[in-house]
Design a protein around this ligand. Structure first.
Ligand code: HXC
Length: 264
């Protein structure tokens, strides 16, 4: 498909099973307007449906930004009733996060502010370049996070830091983001995409059901009690134990060879 505000490459740069999605409004620092949302919903749905792909990477085009936030120019024209009646921002979570059961990584190459920070935090994990800058500066616009920032940032870095970030609107650099467990690791700017694609290729080489199951289990830790989470874990484990890829994976280990996955 052709998209207006993003580009999509399957088997990206020769990495089998890796879909690269790039936010492509560099002149507006990849600000997230309605068209970006619609394009991302379509691209993530296509990624989810494509059985040849097993890990996606989301990044921003241009040197400066992953995404500098929801599009302020678009939002400035909307009234409270528009936001409320359209349940503005809901599709990010309901359409992109909930319906994408396969893994995806955010490769944050610069500013990830407001909605940009929130979009990065929707990913399964974040890899940052040394230029990355995270923040929830909505308070400076007379508003507050609207796509999960107050919740996901708090879960990621804890109450004190999240509270200070939201109340001051300050930016957090890559080094502090790593120290605060917001990102997996920081890499030199020109190695970011290569590192993210290589990590995605490792994931894409795994048995698909197991990849999806591992994601589902870790997410359960965020959304349920320990007791319920442990039940989710055991049930999914038991389902995987009945898969052909479980038989193959264990046989391959015993026979000292690589597994050949069927995705069943
Ligand atoms: C629309 C944006 C934008 C945004 C940048 N641009 N951020 N357009 N929405 N969020 C545009 C600028 O208007 C400008 O276009 C171009 O991108 C380059 O930006 P500059 O400001 O000239 O660049 P620079 O001086 O380097 O500053 C970079 C920056 C700054 C620090 C990232 O752009 C900035 O503060 N942006 C806003 C960050 C922000 O507040 N994000 C949160 C948004 S609210 P023109 O055409 O003018 O040259 C949100 C959730 C809201 O995300 C929830 C509410 C309910």
């Amino acid at each position: 498909a052709d998209y207006e505000t993003i580009t999509v490459e399957t088997d990206a740069q020769g990495n089998a099973g890796v879909t690269l999605i790039t936010l492509n409004r560099p002149k507006a620092l990849n600000a997230l307007n309605s068209q970006v949302l619609n394009d991302l919903i379509e691209a993530f749905a296509a990624y989810q449906a494509d059985e040849t792909q097993l890990c996606a990477v989301l990044t921003g085009s241009g040197e400066k930004a992953f995404a500098a936030g929801a599009d302020i120019k678009e939002m400035s024209e909307k009234a409270a009733a528009d936001f409320y009646l359209q349940d503005f921002f809901a599709p990010w979570t309901s359409e992109i996060v909930k319906k994408t059961r396969k893994p995806w990584i955010a490769a944050v190459n610069g500013f990830a502010l407001g909605g940009g920070c929130e979009l990065a935090m929707m990913a399964d994990f974040i890899i940052a370049s040394e230029n990355a800058k995270f923040g929830q500066p909505e308070i400076n616009l007379g508003v507050a996070p609207g796509m999960g920032g107050s919740q996901r940032l708090t879960k990621a870095i804890g109450k004190s830091k999240a509270m200070e970030m939201c109340l001051t609107g300050r930016m957090m650099g890559a080094e502090e983001a790593e120290r605060s467990n917001l990102v997996v690791r920081v890499v030199p700017h020109d190695e970011l995409l290569g590192d993210a694609l290589k990590t995605a290729a490792t994931i894409a080489s795994k048995p698909p059901m197991a990849a999806i199951a591992n994601k589902e289990m870790v997410n359960a830790a965020f959304e349920t009690s320990l007791d319920q989470g442990l039940i989710v874990e055991r049930r999914i484990f038991q389902i995987l134990a009945a898969s052909e890829d479980k038989k193959e994976g264990m046989a391959a280990f015993v026979e000292k060879r690589e597994g050949k996955w069927k995705g069943r």
